[in-house]
Design a protein around this ligand. Structure first.
Ligand code: ZN
Length: 308
């Protein structure tokens, strides 16, 4: 498959119309040529009477190229889905429904919002493998926006609530690997242990600022560094950077996080962060291409990008 477009112009050239998008889906779905998902037969043809649908020569079953993807049965053109996923996957800060509506010329805010919501659903990946190796773990309090707050902060600020968030960041060769974020009820040992157990693989080593709440998590080695708060960003540079980015992102994109949706914001941030170097995988994940509903191929097993 050709290299993933690195600019808007490249993207437009690559996916100028419905046919080009459908060809990409065919390629993603059947990299070795058509194969019937029902009977496994390798012979079939594209129907001329039904858009982007193939019929099996063995069992006559018809398969749409969008089956099993987020686009299935949608009234929106494939080009709109492709553009929306591309913008969402490549904007480092993400893109809100209102921006999507104006950039794609969508008729209503509601359809832009639905489009966003459907794409975002792919950002939560159940069964993600837990963090492993050396993992920085830290916690922070994030200010929440209340319903009556002005978007820019200002007068409502003093009445704002706070939400407690825990983060784990893998450290590979001194740089950050994958991140996990979760809301926690408090900073008690019980809450912090639960976060570590839910997000780290047994045998991982956690690096913390020395807060005793982390010690004694079953199956986890602990490397506490007791420091004053001034120096915490030196001991835990990556969790601190993640928290700083998270706060900036939340203010920039959503004008502050709301409590009701906090975990989904955290999931979106995590999705973006963990795919910051694999935009193509992010694009495909958002569209629902090559996910669990498709049969696993040898290619998917040896190329993690195809299933990420
Ligand atoms: Zn068949």
């Amino acid at each position: 498959m050709a290299e993933f477009p690195r600019s808007l112009i490249e993207f437009q050239r690559r996916f100028p119309d419905e046919r080009a998008c459908a060809a990409y889906l065919v390629q993603a779905r059947w990299p070795g040529g058509f194969r019937c998902p029902s009977c496994g037969h390798a012979k079939g043809w594209e129907l001329s009477t039904k858009a982007f649908t193939w019929e099996c020569a063995g069992c006559d079953r018809q398969t749409s190229v969008t089956a099993g993807t987020v686009m299935h049965a949608s009234k929106l053109p494939l080009t709109v889905w492709f553009w929306a996923a591309y913008l969402m996957a490549t904007h480092s800060n993400g893109i809100a429904a209102l921006q999507l509506q104006s950039q794609l010329g969508l008729g209503s805010y509601k359809s832009a919002w639905l489009l966003c919501a459907k794409l975002r659903r792919a950002m939560v990946a159940p069964g993600r493998s837990p963090l492993a190796g050396l993992v920085e773990v830290d916690e922070t309090a994030i200010p929440l926006r209340r319903k009556d707050d002005p978007p820019s902060g200002g007068q409502g600020r003093s009445r704002r609530g706070k939400m407690l968030v825990a983060a784990g960041v893998e450290v590979h060769d001194g740089g950050p690997g994958r991140v996990r974020l979760a809301t926690i009820a408090d900073f008690s040992a019980q809450s912090l242990h639960a976060f570590v157990e839910a997000n780290l693989a047994p045998g991982a080593t956690i690096k913390t600022d020395g807060w005793s709440g982390y010690s004694g998590t079953p199956g986890i080695d602990h490397d506490p560094h007791v420091v004053g708060s001034m120096a915490a960003h030196i001991i835990l540079p990556w969790t601190h950077r993640v928290f700083a980015n998270l706060k900036t992102w939340a203010l920039g994109v959503y004008h502050g996080l709301r409590k009701k949706h906090l975990q989904s914001y955290l999931d979106e941030f995590t999705f973006r962060f963990n795919r910051r170097r694999t935009r193509h995988a992010a694009f495909r994940s958002l569209l629902g291409i090559a996910v669990a509903r498709m049969p696993t191929t040898y290619n998917m097993l040896i190329k993690p990008e195809a299933t990420a």
